[in-house]
Design a protein around this ligand. Sequence first.
Ligand code: AMP
Ligand code: MG
Length: 328
Amino acid sequence: MLFSLVLLACSSLDRHPQMVNIRGVVFGTYYSITYYEEEGRVFDHPIDSLFKDFNQSLSFYHPESLLSRINRNEEVNVDHFFKPVFLRSAEIYEETGGAFDPTVFPLVNAWGFGVSAREEMTPERVDSLLALVGFHKLRLSDGQLFKEDDRVQLDFNAIAKGYAADVIGAFLESQGVEAYLIEIGGDIIARGVKPDGNRWRIGLEIPAADALDGQDWEYYVEVEDRGLATSGDYRRYQEVEGVRYSHTINPATGYPVDHSLVSVSVFAPDAMSADAYATALMVMGKEAGIRFVEDREDLEAYFIFGNDEGDLGYYISSGLVLFSREDL
Ligand code: AMP
Ligand code: MG
């Protein structure tokens, strides 16, 4: 995630429904949930238990999660979280020509971004792991996952955070909430409009050269019924002998991506899709990524890249409207 996203929530005290904000830590990152509800009901407990269920299902950090058990080839039935993520992954894998591919897990692990330490990555080792990558090697049938090769393993980290935001959103809707904005570690879903008729505003932080330098937002977007996710390297990378290795793996080569793209933020109809496309665009790189987004009616994106002068450059897709802070 290159820039974290700042919520510009304006509370309107004299209005109903009331605004509720819930914050906390989940999936090793922060979340913030803002919504309007007639009586100001605070849904912190059910949301907590949804997060717990979610970790039990799709996290590769939890040895007993459904995903970990599938990766160990235990005989299990997939659950109601796994199935939609699997099916959407299959679609986005196809659409992106394999740039998004959750079967990169063996490579993610070997490069040191999974659950084990970084290995010595020789071209031979990369090739042998690359042979296990390919989402088409998996098939879901009668609630069970079948693998072409037992060594194929899944990593849904590039899509699960966005999906979790969508799941929380669906829960809020089941409680009658019509307007909400959910952010989990920079992945966002915004639905409805605020009671005053305004759309949700999301500030975009412009990145500093180093991860932790002071950052501030200059621009914001207004969204309604949109997902937004950012993929990028400046907060998650490994430095080995002065070389930075991205945590995004190119499934075509088996190597961490290494090009001028610093981050991509994608707007899509839901957060799960935005999350997966953002990762795919990081793999495609600037030129191919821009072409992909401009060809799609349902996607907009904001690219940040290093230019030849060593500065940061930007590309804003043609359908995306940025507002300047000064206009507020
Ligand atoms: P994101 O921050 O959403 O781009 O997800 C990055 C995470 O997804 C990485 O830390 C890996 O666990 C995993 N990953 C890396 N490369 C890929 C890829 N090409 N397709 C799908 N998942 C990936
Ligand atoms: Mg992603």
